[in-house]
Design a protein around this ligand. Structure first.
Ligand code: BES
Ligand code: ZN
Length: 636
């Protein structure tokens, strides 16, 4: 064969593969993004947007500052459901040609023809591009609530949720965490509303009798998924020297008291990780439809109202979100295949903070509770997603998010800390890791290489780690550390008593059985019963209610487990309560398992589906998608 025909053959194979494998058109570094920051990187986004509550859209423009990295004549961005009005070169207002190509389930590729720009004095080629656009009322990133979905019931509400890859439905952007940029914003909203963003607030002024303009800037470069906005009738209350809590006025006092430990948590995190770079640390308590326990938007954690348990029991979520100020936000991941690296390390930091505040035994107990949750989660996960590093080729990252990156990831860090000589060796490593990689986006190998570099005197120990098993194998972690079980034993023992009680004999259960248990232990007691192969009879459940009065507990996590246990026992009168619960709460970790349990109970399946159909329009996009899948309604 001549050289020419060999070349032709290779070209044919290359082109054929490109057609077969959609990834060829995607970013080489991120299978969930089209954008190419390796060619031209966006360095700042400036928003000028009007919040249109009538139409449920954002209208206006973004100005993107971008810098050329390699020879190219186009800027490639991600977009989803955006109406593009015009794209211009800011320098001379000239129109730029663009095309929207290759629409897949998670968006399209926007290719903008770059203008000819002379090199700057420093040898760099910079662009400033203005994109006039509108979002869609169905944008996955934006949750538009009618007044009746808020506590006050009087005003509408808007909040965003860009993780993992929804920012592209809020603005045209390089929607990969492999790229970080600063941002600034001018937001026009109705006068009654308060606008908050994941940025520093720079003042507000009236525009006309009905609207006002709020300005923000985020001087630290962040991935697109950390851009966040909330607009509603909000008030605030100071809870620390750098922290306020924001909520509708009906929830503000309760929120301030629930999150009163915030500053202690921040200080503890700084002791472990180094300086906090984001200035303020505020918390926004959202309406119930918020799909997560918490979300680490920089300087403004979004929190679910389900955390307001009245007993500070769920505030460990705040320790988690605070920890993201280093893990994930300061040191970003290059793409969501390495989600475990930020979430696993964040849980590890979260539990360390808990340990410092409440004792090492409590830290170990949290780790053990996490392992029970992991075991339960593994039952309903497809095998690929039980690995730490996942393959997201052609997969929407929302579907890959599970307990695995969190708890298997935590276990890996805990195991390494012990192996490498305990906290006195490992904590200085953490500080050095954050310092080394701050403002960068990394993958698992960068972290592993740095471990080897930092612990160069412990190479043998590191070589003893089965890296492949930890990172690439399915299921439970390959090693379970020797956690202290003191706090767990009380839960297990009480659960055993209930399991072994012969209902034909008199019971010897008393309210005092649980009097000395913490709220976490009560939860774990119920989890132990739930995880056991044996099913408690309805009679035993009724007895438990009679002795412990579980029904009167307000804590959402305990209610959640109690409902799951009741469904497992096929305790029919509790189904109504289960349906109420999934309607009232919005956190996916609270409502998805209950929907799945109801689905598995043949006779109740239809009721679960009907409840979903009735309420799905009030759910966040991602929640509705996930439950649709849980209820096997994907093809209807
Ligand atoms: N970053 C996550 C929330 C998230 C993950 C949003 C994936 C969208 C996609 C946040 O930090 C988180 O992990 N929240 C947890 C609570 C935490 C204590 C485990 C949650 O909301 O369940
Ligand atoms: Zn997290």
């Amino acid at each position: 064969m001549s050289k020419f025909s060999i070349l032709l053959l290779f070209m044919f194979i290359f082109v054929a593969r490109a057609f077969r494998n959609p990834k060829m058109a995607l970013s080489p570094n991120d299978p969930t993004s089209f954008s190419r920051p390796d060619l031209v990187a966006v360095t700042n986004v400036h928003f000028q947007l009007f919040v249109n509550f009538e139409k449920k859209i954002l209208q206006g423009h973004v100005i993107l500052d971008a810098e050329r990295k390699k020879p190219t004549n186009s800027l490639i961005l991600d977009v989803q459901n955006l109406t593009l009005k015009s794209i211009t070169n800011c320098k001379d207002d000239s129109k730029l040609e663009y095309t929207v190509e290759e629409t897949v389930s998670f968006g399209s590729k926007l290719r903008i023809k770059l203008p000819n720009v002379p090199e700057s004095e420093d040898g760099k080629t910079r662009y400033q591009i203005k994109i006039q656009y509108e979002t869609s009322p169905k944008a996955p990133a934006l949750q538009w609530l009618d007044p009746e979905q808020t506590s006050g019931g009087k005003y509408p509400y808007l909040f965003s949720q860009c993780v993992a890859i929804h920012a592209r439905s809020m603005l045209p952007c390089q929607d990969t965490p492999g790229l970080t940029s600063t941002y600034s914003a001018e937001i026009t909203a109705p006068k009654w509303a308060r606008v908050l963003m994941s940025a520093l607030h720079n003042g507000t002024k009236d525009v006309d009798p009905f609207s006002k303009l709020s300005t923000f800037y985020q001087p630290v470069p962040i991935p697109s998924y950390l851009i966040a906005i909330a607009v509603g009738s909000l008030v605030s209350k100071r809870i620390g020297p750098r922290s306020s809590v924001w909520a509708e006025k009906e929830l503000i006092d309760q929120s301030a008291s629930e999150f009163s430990e915030t500053e202690t948590m921040l200080r503890t995190a700084e002791e472990i990780c180094g300086p906090y770079v984001w200035g303020v640390y505020d918390i926004l308590v959202l309406p119930p439809s918020f799909a997560f326990g918490g979300m680490e938007n920089p300087g403004l954690t979004f929190a679910s109202p389900s955390l307001l348990a009245g007993d500070h029991f769920l505030t460990s979520v705040i320790a988690h979100e605070i920890s993201h100020s280093w893990s994930g936000n300061l040191v970003a991941i290059a793409n969501f295949e390495h989600f475990w690296l930020k979430e696993g390390l964040t849980v590890f930091l979260q539990f360390k903070i808990i340990g410092r505040m409440f004792g090492e035994k409590v830290r170990h107990f949290y780790a053990l509770m996490g392992l029970s949750e992991l075991k339960d989660a593994l039952k309903s996960l497809s095998p690929e997603f039980t690995k730490l590093i996942v393959n997201l080729d052609g997969i929407d990252s929302d579907y890959a998010i599970s307990n695995v990156p969190y708890m298997k990831g935590h276990t890996f860090h805990f195991y390494l800390e012990k192996l490498l000589g305990g906290p006195k060796e490992f904590e200085p490593f953490l500080k050095s890791y954050f310092e080394t990689f701050k403002y960068k986006s990394i993958v698992t190998t960068d972290w592993k290489d740095y471990l080897y570099k930092y612990f160069s005197n412990k190479t043998q120990l590191l070589d003893s780690v089965d890296w492949d098993a930890w990172l690439n194998k399915l299921g439970m972690p390959p090693v379970i550390p020797n956690y202290n079980t003191d706090l767990l034993n009380a839960c297990i023992n009480l659960a055993k008593r209930w399991l072994s009680w012969d209902e034909n004999t008199a019971s010897n259960f008393e309210k005092s059985d649980i009097a000395n248990l913490t709220a976490q232990q009560k939860l774990q007691f119920l989890s132990e019963l739930f995880a056991d192969e044996a099913v408690l009879s309805v009679r035993k459940m009724e007895k438990m209610q009679e002795v412990y009065d579980v029904d009167s507990v307000q804590n959402a996590k305990i209610r959640f487990m109690w409902i799951r246990l009741a469904l497992k026992s096929r305790w029919e009168p509790k189904v109504e309560e289960a349906l109420d619960f999934v309607t009232k709460h919005g956190g996916m970790s609270l409502i998805r398992p209950i929907y799945r349990d109801l689905y598995d109970w043949q006779e109740m399946r239809q009721r679960a589906i009907e409840n979903y159909m009735k309420t799905k329009d009030k759910m966040m996009f991602v929640t509705a998608q996930m439950i649709k899948k849980d209820l096997h309604l994907d093809y209807n």
